[in-house]
Design a binder for this molecule. Structure first.
Ligand SMILES: NC(=O)c1ccc[n+]([C@@H]2O[C@H](COP(=O)([O-])OP(=O)(O)OC[C@H]3O[C@@H](n4cnc5c(N)ncnc54)[C@H](O)[C@@H]3O)[C@@H](O)[C@H]2O)c1
Length: 282
């Protein structure tokens, strides 16, 4: 998500500093951006000079100090409260008072994150969708004390990045993940009841509802652990049994089968292609 966000910001003309815990992780993201831009040059959507200019606006740093002169922060680190809290508390002492902090969290309440900083009025949720350069929506989620000025600045920034925005309350799952989780929960139930095979559920949802990916393909694409966090947050937040994370989902996360990025999730990608799993039976 971080590299996608960096890409759309640089495409919009902003200077971007990419930060991660290791240089190799930033390089991986930067290489992704380079590949995607090369694809756009090939398709004649942008020129070689555009590509170079976009890449030239992106710098890399593993040090938070580099954010000293930043005008806006967008955080997209691990979906873990402690990790995000540590990041924001460090940045709070480094960044100027007028800087807005945005989190791309999928499931942590924005007000909880805002309360860990000294700038709860300049803290906001900015929820992008994957893949960021393609997906047009950003959910803008004000925390309890976010000022109207901070909301407007965030909406303007998202618009400059080529995104449409919707203002959404800071409720568990926000809007899109809440609606999507209810839908996915039903698909999980169909799988467990044996209504159809996993592959056929994906096929049916794609061809019958015109979704670009089936629910299991999408889960692997997004990261199985992200979906699991969303279900847990929704279940804890609404106490509605429909959001109870399915046991098989929990087992996949515990086993480290997080989807495409680990080679296995609902499908097996270890051959380089998406294949049904033969080592476990759902
Ligand atoms: N995957 C999606 O489709 C999606 C969609 C919307 C929002 N999100 C949210 O975006 C965030 C990132 O998700 P992702 O799928 O890109 O995860 P990811 O695990 O692919 O990437 C997270 C990155 O954060 C880095 N990181 C971890 N701790 C850090 C720290 N202390 N300082 C700097 N960098 C650190 C990691 O090294 C890693 O490169 C999560 O909060 C997730 O909920 C994800």
């Amino acid at each position: 998500m971080g590299s996608g966000i960096a890409q759309v910001a640089a495409q919009a003309g902003y200077n971007v500093i990419m930060n991660d815990v290791k240089e190799e992780f930033i390089d991986r993201g930067f290489n992704n951006i380079t590949k995607l831009l090369e694809g756009r040059v090939k398709k004649e959507k942008i020129t070689e000079a555009d590509k170079e200019a976009i890449l030239g606006r992106i710098s890399k740093s593993v040090e938070f100090e580099a954010a000293k002169n930043a005008d806006f922060i967008i955080e997209a680190a691990f979906e873990n409260l402690e990790v995000k809290k540590t990041i924001f508390q460090q940045l709070d002492t480094i960044c100027g008072d007028d800087v807005i902090f945005a989190s791309n969290t999928s499931s942590i309440p924005i007000t909880t994150l805002a309360a860990t900083t000294q700038r709860p009025d300049r803290f906001i949720g900015m929820h992008f969708f994957s893949p960021v350069p393609v997906m047009r929506l950003v959910e803008v989620i004000p925390a309890l004390k976010t000022s109207e000025q901070s909301i407007k600045s965030t909406e303007e920034l998202a618009a400059k990045m080529g995104k449409e925005t919707v203002r959404v309350k800071d409720v568990p799952g926000f809007l899109v993940n809440r609606a999507n989780a209810a839908f996915r929960a039903e698909c999980f139930k169909c799988l467990l009841e044996g209504v159809a095979s996993l592959e056929d559920i994906d096929k049916a949802i794609k061809l019958g509802l015109n979704h670009p990916m089936g629910p299991f393909e999408l889960a692997d694409f997004v990261g199985v652990e992200i979906g699991y966090s969303v279900f847990k947050t929704l279940y804890e937040g609404y106490k509605d049994p429909k959001f109870a994370p399915s046991l098989i989902l929990e087992k996949l996360v515990i086993s480290g089968d997080l989807g495409r990025k680990t080679g296995k999730g609902w499908y097996d990608y270890t051959s380089g292609e998406k294949k049904p799993r033969t080592d476990i039976k759902f």
